[in-house]
Design a protein around this ligand. Structure first.
Ligand SMILES: Cc1ncc(COP(=O)(O)O)c(C=O)c1O
Length: 480
């Protein structure tokens, strides 16, 4: 309640809180800038700041560097990790999981569907496609020999130099000579696994994990040991240490920053410990840093590899999520395994297309990339807030969702009684594609979870599709 003696800042805070409660200010909305609010209300800047800080202290809004204050969603975050047990056994990869992956990928490819599933930005807002097209045309005109010459490894020195330069933002000091260019991050992950494992070996992976690692492991004849992974604490390093001390895994695959599907990152202290465990037990860590540059907060948290002194961390990344999925340009720095990885690249696919590599190198050199990333971070943070806000409104009570630290993916946990696989089928019948949680575990866990993406311009179609999903989940609950 506000009285005549209530300080001005509290009156303002109450007013804003009321607007949040009755929906005039929804989750993800940006509060007017401090200066703007002060001017329009005839208040001092300090009064407005005090009001905003009070709302922030109560968890109602959050401050984003250089962007302002945003209304937070009140969805709680799920705590999906199970307690550590001594019985983390490698299980068979469930054939049903592989079938589900194929079904989801087919649904993603159907352009008629409202796509809430694909983890790849859609639309001109997210990529500087026109600028890149000009650089490609210019590169082809200036260096036509790049088309006529045979592309040989290690490929464009300009691109490798630029990759090393931008990697400094992740705390990495890399030599361009030890960067291997790959066909996307997927090829890098494959090379890493093929270099350090043999058929029949077991590898440790986060659970949930990026779903395409599951068919890859199957192809390579590997067993997967699922490590409990917490949205905020990251993978259980106690469970990992137990496995390492028993020499049960040949490699660890992880996404420490902006995990797919969780959207969250591992704390810094855990990254340090993971690098130390790799060195102590002499086991390679395959670090998938694909989304690391999309962390919302800057300066970026350093990669696990930045703590690697003996070359046990193999870092894999690409420009698929930040610049140009169509280029299929990825890269890896394989530490002590560099020579074997470079050989594997040569006998697998020789090199990457020279014109595209040179064009990408030129783009990275020009300085546009840093600004582009800055813009993307703000955009995705707002997209995810909006998505969380809509889910908060239209999904059944008791739904949980992670609070991503970057990127455009959200991991949702539906209330007991819901079934994500059935929800996928029902949604697909209504022209909506989603990604059920069961895809992200070789044993088909997470049957109440969904991964939803927020990398498209929100339209009424998307909001309507989310509302339909909420209704379908609600109907499942009623039947249960
Ligand atoms: C975590 C993760 N790693 C690797 C990949 C594959 O990346 P690319 O398309 O660059 O091969 C993806 C693609 O979605 C991904 O999400």
């Amino acid at each position: 309640m506000t009285t005549e003696t209530t300080p001005l800042y509290q009156t303002l805070a109450h007013e804003l809180r009321d607007a949040m409660n009755d929906g005039r200010l929804s989750a993800g909305a940006r509060l007017p800038s401090v200066r703007e609010a002060a001017r329009s209300r005839g208040l001092s800047i300090n009064t407005v700041l005090a009001a905003y800080r009070q709302l922030e202290a109560r968890g109602l809004v959050e401050a984003r560097p250089q962007s302002g204050y945003f209304v937070r969603s009140r969805l709680a975050a799920p705590f999906a990790a199970k307690p550590v047990s001594r019985t983390v056994e490698p299980g068979p990869i469930e054939p049903a999981v592989l079938d589900r992956i194929a079904a989801v990928v087919a649904a993603q490819a159907d352009t008629d569907h409202v796509d809430l599933s694909l983890a790849c930005p859609k639309g001109g807002d997210f990529y500087p496609a026109a600028r890149l097209a000009r650089v490609v045309a210019d590169t082809a005109r200036r260096y036509p020999q790049l088309i006529g010459d045979y592309s040989l490894p290690p490929g464009s020195s300009r691109l490798r130099r630029e990759i090393a330069r931008h990697a400094q933002a992740l705390g990495l000091t890399l030599e361009p000579d030890t960067i291997v260019l790959t066909n996307g991050c997927m090829e890098a992950l494959q090379f890493a696994l093929r270099t350090v494992t043999r058929r029949g070996d077991a590898v440790a992976m986060e659970s949930p994990t990026y779903f395409n690692l599951i068919p890859l492991a199957k192809r390579l004849g590997l067993q997967i040991i699922e490590l409990p992974t917490h949205p905020e604490r990251g993978m259980s390093l106690d469970a990992l240490e137990m496995l390492l001390s028993e020499q049960r895994v040949k490699a660890v695959v992880c996404m420490p920053d902006v995990h797919n599907p969780l959207g969250t990152s591992m704390p810094l202290a855990s990254k340090r410990r993971l690098a130390a465990l790799a060195a102590e037990y002499r086991v390679p860590v395959i670090e998938d840093a694909l989304y690391a540059e999309l962390q919302y907060a800057t300066p970026l948290q350093p990669a696990v590899k930045s703590f690697d002194r003996d070359g046990w961390v193999m870092l894999c990344a690409s420009y698929t999520k930040t610049l140009a999925p169509g280029f299929r340009i990825g890269w890896m720095e394989a530490g002590r395994f560099h020579r074997e990885v470079a050989d594997l690249k040569f006998c697998s696919s020789v090199a990457q297309p020279a014109v595209l590599c040179e064009a990408l190198g030129t783009f990275l050199e020009d300085g546009g990339y840093t600004q582009h990333l800055r813009r993307l971070r703000r955009l995705y943070a707002a997209q995810i807030d909006r998505l969380r806000g809509v889910i908060d409104e239209v999904f059944p009570a008791g739904t949980l969702a992670t609070e991503p630290t970057g990127g455009f993916l959200l991991w949702v946990e539906l209330p007991e009684g819901c079934d994500a696989n059935r929800l996928f089928d029902a949604a697909l019948a209504r022209g909506i594609s989603i990604t059920p949680g069961t895809l992200f575990s070789p044993s088909g866990r997470y049957d109440r979870n969904l991964r939803l993406s927020g990398c498209y311009p929100f339209s009424d179609r998307h909001i309507h599709a989310l509302a339909t999903l909420g209704e379908l989940a609600g109907a499942q609950l009623e039947r249960a």
